[in-house]
Design a protein. Structure first.
Length: 369
């Protein structure tokens, strides 16, 4: 009898758990359905993204097909867009719903001014919300782990070269950038302002030290804050090498058959990035439900596939294939690193931005102004 009673209790417990899970799933689906309908009534979502024409075209088309909501993507340099959002919010104007891009301008601009909504509450779909779907679980940029979500993590080549002017075997280390033959022939995304140029500059400061950066600054770098200008300068042979750009900046030139390729990373000089896959929701977003629909889509399997293909960046989602990225000089962290290695290698988090990247940018201003 005791055994029978015990079995009945166990069965009842399992049934209760199963019913609770089903009810929870139904509740989540109901919540999601209501958010989607409300988003459709709002009509559109306004999103700022990196300057990629391919990303803009694909996202606007596919998102509308999926949900019937217009996605208005404003593409541009992260620091410029963040500055625009800050100015508008200070003036009481709210145009943007979602911002995606690099972490530095988010930390020093949007987060510092307190104009971000808590992000986790917007993660509704189980495929997005469940940390088991993500390499490393949920990774946040901000120390509070509430406002800036990081969807990407990957190793990437830092130097692109013109194949008619450079032989890849000439580079075995970042030290080779200091060779006299490259004086006046190196393009660099300006490290004095937030962006991937600063990210790599701070990486080199940690890797090689201040003396190395002083010598690099003496190479008469061609500096620009415009990624297209740098990419075009490389493609046309105005410079032989470019530091600070990644695959998406070169897509138009690769498609045109122009002579640009990434240099393989030196074995012991691994640079790990969170790229442009950091996502935030702007406080006071004029289309809050459409914003929730968008972030759940862009962090879901389809959205991460679209984002990764256009940007050439590696998602942390386990269910998205990233092996193809090796063709463009990128290796997703989930294909190459253990999660516990990432905190040692990344420089995207709030602490790294404030303690490493900002001092590195200050050094750049001292050396390059």
């Amino acid at each position: 009898m005791k055994l029978l009673f015990l079995l009945v209790l166990i069965a009842a417990s399992i049934l209760k758990s199963t019913l609770a899970g089903a009810q929870s799933g139904q509740s989540a689906q109901g919540d999601w359905g209501r958010v989607v309908e409300a988003g459709k009534k709002e009509g559109r979502v306004v999103v700022s993204v990196p300057a990629s024409a391919e990303l803009r075209k694909d996202v606007e088309r596919i998102f509308k097909q999926r949900y019937g909501i217009e996605a208005e993507l404003n593409a541009g340099r992260g620091a410029s867009i963040v500055g625009k959002i800050q100015q508008e919010v200070r003036a009481g104007v709210f145009n943007f719903d979602v911002h995606m891009g690099g972490s530095e301008s988010m930390v020093t601009g949007l987060l510092a001014e307190g104009i971000l909504e808590p992000f986790e509450a917007a993660m509704i779909l189980p495929e997005v919300k469940d940390p088991k779907n993500w390499w490393g679980g949920h990774i946040w940029v901000d120390n509070a782990k509430r406002f800036i979500y990081s969807s990407q993590a990957y190793q990437t080549e830092n130097i692109w070269y013109n194949t008619e002017l450079v032989k890849p075997e000439e580079f075995r280390s970042f030290t080779d950038l200091l060779h006299p033959k490259w004086v006046g022939k190196i393009g660099y995304l300006d490290p004095r302002t937030p962006g991937s140029g600063t990210s790599i500059w701070s990486f080199l400061l940690q890797l090689k030290g201040e003396a190395y950066l002083r010598k690099l600054a003496g190479q008469k770098l061609f500096l620009s804050r415009d990624q297209r200008v740098l990419a075009e300068s490389l493609a046309k042979g105005k410079v032989a090498l470019v530091v600070g750009l990644t695959y998406y900046s070169f897509v138009p030139f690769i498609k045109a058959g122009l002579p640009v390729k990434p240099l393989p990373n030196p074995r012991d000089e691994v640079y790990v990035s969170g790229g442009s896959g950091h996502a935030t929701i702007i406080k006071g977003a004029p289309h809050p439900n459409a914003a929730k629909v968008f972030v759940n889509w862009v962090l879901g399997k389809e959205g991460q596939e679209v984002f990764g293909r256009a940007m050439g960046q590696g998602t942390r989602r386990f269910d998205v294939d990233t092996h193809w990225l090796k063709e463009v000089g990128v290796i997703a962290a989930k294909d190459s690193l253990a999660p516990d290695q990432y905190p040692k290698l990344e420089n995207q988090s709030e602490d790294k931005v404030l303690k490493v990247r900002e001092p590195a940018a200050e050094l750049a201003r001292k050396l390059l102004d």
